[in-house]
Structure formats: C-alpha cells, structure tokens
Design a protein around this ligand. Structure first.
Ligand code: IVH
Length: 702
C-alpha cells in the first residue's frame, strides 16, 4: 500500500512535470531538458500506469499529446487526429513490437511482415490539406485534435507544393498564393488522377547549416537565439507574420497522410512513392524491409549516416507496410499499433578525466567535480561533470587520467556513465579526509554518503556559501546585495562573517570608486543593510544556516523562545535536548543540530559579533487568534488556486502551524490533486481531511 501511495504521488508529479515540459517545448520553443530525459519521464509514467491502472489520472500525460495550442494563431480541428508514436530504445523492444503486431493480426509464424524504415526527423509535424489539387490548409499538430492554422506561413516554404499536378512533378504557380495556383486538373489518360482531398503529413524542419546561419544572424541582430534546429523551426513556423517565416529557411519532409478521398495504394511504400511523385519531399533513406531484422539493419545504417545528414534525426520510424494491416491494427491510446519510433540512445562521448576538484558547499558538503578534456556531446562542449559523492567515484573506480564515457542526460548536467580504463591496475582515487579549503577534518557521519568539512565558519568556502545564504530571499533579503557582491566583498577582505555586512559602511568611499558602483547605489545598499538591523528574528535565525533549520522551523523556534539569545541559552544549557524537542515541530535531529551549532566556538564568536551589530526584534506573532491558533495543519498534493507557500502563510495568519508530515499531532490535512501517502496516513490516524475549496472557506471566514 505504501508503494501504491508513492506511485500515486509520483504519477501526480510526473503529470505536472510532463505538462510543464510540454508547455516549454510546444508553446515557448524553449525546452529545459533533452528529448531523452523527457522520454524517460513519459516511460516512467507509462510503466507506473501499467502497474497501477486504477491510478491513471484524468490529467495523465498518456491521455494528452503535445500541448494544446495557446498562441494567437487560429485553431483548426484536424479531420483525423494527428497521432504520436510509441518509442523503443532497444532491439528487443522492436522485436516485441513485431510480436504484438503478429499476435494482433493472428499471423502464422512463417508469414513475413514487411515494414518501412525511415529516419525520424526532429522537427514539428504539420498537416497539409489539398482540395482539388490546391493547398487550402496547413496546420500544426497542437494537441492531436486541434492544431494551429499556419497556412500563410507554410505557403512560404519552398519544399511544399502549392498545387498538385497529375503525373507527378510540379506545375507552375506552386510557390505563388492559392489564388494564383493552377486550377485542379482532372485525370489525364494513363495517369492517375489526384484525389479530391489529400492531407499530407510530415515534418517541418530546419537543416543544421541553416540553423547555425540563422542563429548567427539572430545574434548579430540581437534577436532570439534558438536552442536547437527543432525549436528554431517551431518558432519560425508559428509566427503571426508570414513574412517572418518567409525569411527563415524551413523545409518539409512527408512521412504520412491524414484524410484521403481515395486510397493511396496497398502499402506504405507505394503510398510514399506516390506522394513523392506528386512533388512532396520523401526521405531517400526510406526502405521497405522484409523483416524486423532487416529493419534493425536499416536502423544501423541510418544511425551511421546520422552525423552526415543535413538535418537532425532522433531515431528511426518503422511502419507495417501493408495498409490493410495498418487499418486492422488501428490505434491504442494516441499511438498507432502499426508504427514504432526506435530512438537513438542518449548522446554519449568519450574523453579523459583530467582532474577531480572538490567543491565545498554551505553546510560543508564536499562535492567532487570532474574536470574533463573538453568534448562535444550533442552539440555542446562539456568540460565539467559532477561526480556526486565519494561512493559514486568508488562505484566507477575513477582515477585522474582515466578514459570515461560521459552522457548528457538531463541536457544540463552531464554525467560519467562508464569508466573505460577499469582493468588497469592503478592506485584508486583517495577522497580527501581534510577540507581542501581550510584543512579542517572532513568526515562522513555514520550512514551518510556525504563527506563534510568540520571547519564551520573558519572554512572560507563555507563562509562564502553561508554569507550567500544569510542574504538570501527567505533570510535577510538585503536589497542591492547579491551573491556576486558577496564574493566581491569577501575577496576584498571586507567580509569574513555575516557581522561584517553591518560594517560595510566603513568601506563606503572605497566602494563608490569601484567599477559598477555609484554613490547612489552604495548609499542605497547601506540604507538597505541598516534597515535590517532590527529585523525579523525568525528570518535572522534561518539566515544563520543551521543544518535542518528551515524557515518554518526557525519560526517555530522563535515563537517558542522569542529571541535568538534565548534559543542559544536553551540549546547550550542543561537538558537542552529535552527543552528543544518540546518545541512544536522540533525533533531530535533538529535539537542535535542546534546544540552542535551553538556549542561550536567559531559559531559562538561569529554570532556574538553579529548580535553586537544586528539587533533582531523579539518575535511578534502576526497571526490572529482564531479557532485554529496553535493547531497543526498539513498541506498535501497539488493545490490549484494557490501555491503551497501561500497556503502555509494563510495557516500562519490564522495562528496555526504548517507542518510537513502527518502525525497524531496533526489537526487538519488539506488535500490537493494527487495527494497520496499523507492522505492515507491522515485517514489511518482519523485526522480531519478537507479539500482546497473548504480550506479557502476557512481562510475567508465563509
Ligand atoms: S509517422 C501516426 N514518421 O514523430 C504517427 N513520424 O513521435 C505518424 N516524426 O508526430 C507519424 N519523423 O511528428 C512519422 N518518419 C516519420 C517521422 C515522424 C518524425 C514525428 C512526427 C510524429 C512524431 C511521433
């Protein structure tokens, strides 16, 4: 049952994340993750839904396709839905696909199944509708049922015939407007006539070279730089002004069809040849193959040709060749049973690990970073790679000088997937047992993988990271003081600990003379710092960066102790652990972290220094006294009308406490979409559960 609750939670997250990535990809043409990482999310979603069919959500990504169009282009309903394809990543999955096809058609074992295999173009699909030979409508896929009308834009694409002529080839006027296009001509003797209605479907894309040239032009003109050819193509096609599209080098490749007033042929191959005959570009790597093994061979051939192709492809598409079989196979969900996309694996590259550097974070965590001999992976030069922690280095048996295979998984963070020099006998890398920044001992607590520097505030790296935390948004949030300035001032020797922020006024004149600063900006900064002298003690406490003390816990502690000094006294006094643990929301882990922090001599000195300059106010509750005062409320699931932080703030204004987990002490659980384990726990404990609307009513006093 626990697993099931986790699955429900995970499905909720996946729905939300996939929807977000869909939006970034389709609407904004600005994806944050690679296609491979996106596919991994979709596969995880599918696997979980298969395992727990009753948990399939109404907003499940498996029920959607792409993102419904949201731009200001006119919407058009597709006469037949524009489908997607299921993905395979291994040969085995391709063979399984063929197995499913055979079973569905009840084919005898010796009956061959011919397929087509062709590149999967990384563009955006587009449907072109011709009536009586004239292009009348071009539409993007949109959500599969409703797309966007891009007819005027598509008319500017040279690859797209404006009008079709029986007997193949192009007639006059194909690049002029529809009004100028030659009228539909009935069949010639001996030549096949053009069906009254044809919808050709294919990819609009941008060639690699054209993409590079476009980006260079954009950079020069100070325009938008596109992340990849696909986004450039999408951004160029989905324009309100067709003259913008006309100036962009778009191309088109046909791979299928939608509504047809008469059949195109008996096989996929035959139909594609017919489209080519009418002047539609069709991939010259399209092959009809007699078996799945031949299909896999064509996959290998296409993969080998990939780098030399003028456009980006991300896999190979197989389709059952016989169209009567395609008809019988039909579709499942949003994908046809007769087609499959065999994707290329995530982009990998080999290089040398030239060094392992250790970075020290705010809490002293030592993070190993691999410095690589620069190498291109999927169009990006990678030089650094996170090695996560000591265990990861041991798992890969990494040593400086090793050849490594790296992969750009989530596009942004590359990782080492394999050590290629494993068998060589060399001394293993020794993870430091001292902090590289301050030489203090570095240790891993029992049961923890992370190794931490014990130097606390004497460690310069921790000091800078802590200073950054002290001024961060949830803490002191000083206007005009950002992370860059913190580093600048620390390098100048002006900042050692947080107290020095309140001493910056001594450097006023010097600072005014520095590049990027003016008298006004310096005085504004100093005034903003002064305004924080008597600041909210909870934010001050949170700003100290004590392990496990987040902003909610800091508030709980200040509510209980009133001042940081009183808290310090409690944390260092006799029976500290019991006294701290008595505070609502504080358990033994937090109590221990507090005791550790306040016992540490460096921290004590730094805090005394800080408190000699900053005088945080005593805690004043901004909460009203209501029937909810002192009650503990847990929010779980996705709230639709407010953010989680807003909901928590509302609870606090009612005098209640927002907690992160459900226990016997919880008074109320507010559930949003996709609530899982917490909801279950609340039910088990008999805690009152309400929905978002009921919560809103409590807040407004309705
Ligand atoms: S066939 C019924 N063939 O990939 C599905 N699609 O992931 C019709 N794509 O929506 C698609 N190259 O936009 C097909 N050679 C190809 C393709 C191709 C790219 C795109 C297409 C489709 C998506 C599915």
């Amino acid at each position: 049952m626990g697993d099931e609750a986790d699955a429900a939670n995970r499905l909720m997250r996946l729905a939300r994340d996939i929807a977000r990535h869909d939006k970034l990809y389709h609407d904004r043409d600005a994806p944050e993750i690679s296609d491979a990482a996106y596919d991994a999310l979709v596969r995880e979603n599918r696997a979980l839904e298969e395992q727990y069919p009753h948990l399939v959500r109404a907003d499940s990504p498996s029920k959607r396709l792409g993102a419904a169009p949201t731009s200001s282009l006119a919407k058009v309903a597709h006469s037949r839905p524009m489908l997607s394809l299921d993905n395979a990543f291994t040969d085995e999955e391709v063979r399984e696909f063929l197995g499913r096809v055979r079973r569905f058609l009840s084919l005898p074992a010796d009956e061959p199944v011919a397929l087509t295999a062709e590149p999967k173009i990384d563009g955006l699909s587009c449907s072109l509708r011709y009536e009586k030979g004239a292009l009348v409508l071009a539409a993007t896929r949109g959500d599969g049922n409703v797309g966007e009308d891009v007819t005027a834009n598509v008319r500017t694409i040279a690859d797209v015939p404006q009008s079709l002529f029986p007997g193949g080839g192009r007639g006059p006027g194909q690049r002029a407007s529809a009004a100028d296009a030659a009228p539909w001509t009935p069949a010639f003797a001996g030549e096949q006539e053009i069906p009254v209605i044809i919808e050709v479907r294919g990819e609009v894309y941008m060639a690699k070279e054209d993409f590079a040239a476009l980006n260079a032009r954009q950079a020069k003109a100070g325009g938008k730089i596109f992340a990849n050819p696909r986004n450039a193509a999408a951004g160029s096609l989905r324009q309100k002004d067709p003259s913008v599209t006309a100036a962009r080098p778009l191309r088109f490749l046909a791979h299928g069809w939608g509504e047809m007033s008469e059949p195109l042929g008996h096989t996929q191959g035959e139909a594609m040849a017919r489209l080519a005959g009418w002047g539609f570009p069709v991939s010259d790597l399209l092959r009809e193959v007699g078996s799945v093994e031949e299909g896999l061979a064509q996959y290998a051939a296409i993969e080998a040709a990939r780098a030399d192709l003028p456009f980006d492809i991300d896999g190979v598409v197989y389709k059952v060749d016989r169209l009567d079989w395609q008809e019988r196979l039909g579709q499942v969900g949003r994908a046809p049973r007769w087609g499959l996309a065999h994707k290329f694996p995530a982009e990998k590259a080999e290089t040398t690990l030239e060094a392992i550097d250790i970075q020290v974070g705010r809490t002293g965590k030592l993070t190993p970073v691999g410095r690589l001999k620069p190498v291109g992976v999927g169009g990006v030069i990678v030089q650094n790679v996170t090695l996560h922690n000591r265990d990861e280095i041991a798992r890969l048996a990494l040593r400086v000088g090793d050849r490594v295979r790296i992969q750009r998984a989530g596009d942004v963070i590359p990782q080492v997937v394999e050590n290629l020099t494993r068998e060589e006998q060399r001394d293993p890398y020794v993870f430091p047992d001292h902090c590289p920044e301050c030489r203090s001992e570095a240790v891993a607590e029992e049961g923890e993988v992370d190794v931490r520097c014990t130097g606390g505030l004497i460690c310069p790296a921790q000091r800078i990271e802590r200073l950054k935390h002290f001024i961060s948004r949830g803490a002191m949030d000083i206007d005009g003081l950002g992370e860059k300035s913190i580093v600048e001032f620390a390098e100048l020797g002006w900042l050692h600990g947080p107290a020095d922020i309140f001493r910056l006024k001594a450097h006023r004149d010097e600072l005014i003379r520095r590049e990027g600063w003016k008298e006004k900006s310096v005085d504004n900064l100093l005034a903003a710092i002064e305004a924080r002298v008597g600041f909210d003690p909870a934010r001050f406490l949170f700003g100290l960066g004590i392990r496990h003390v987040g902003s909610v816990t800091a508030k709980d502690l200040m509510k209980a102790f009133g001042t940081v000094k009183a808290l310090q006294a409690a944390a260092t006094g006799e029976g500290a652990e019991a006294e701290l643990s008595a505070v609502e929301g504080v358990g033994p882990v937090v109590a221990e972290a507090l005791a550790d922090f306040f016992h540490e001599p460096h921290n004590r000195d730094a805090l005394a220094d800080l408190l000699s300059l900053a005088k945080p106010a005593a805690y004043v509750s901004t909460a009203r006294t209501t029937e909810w005062s002192g009650k503990t409320i847990v929010f779980t699931g996705t709230l639709e009308t407010m953010s989680r932080d807003e909901a928590k703030a509302q609870a606090e204004r009612l005098g209640a406490r927002a907690a992160g987990s459900v226990s016997a002490k919880t008074d109320l659980v507010v559930v949003g979409l996709g609530a899982g384990s917490k909801l279950k726990k609340a039910a088990e404990l008999g805690v009152r559960v309400i929905n978002e609307a009921e919560w809103a009513a409590i807040v407004t006093g309705a």
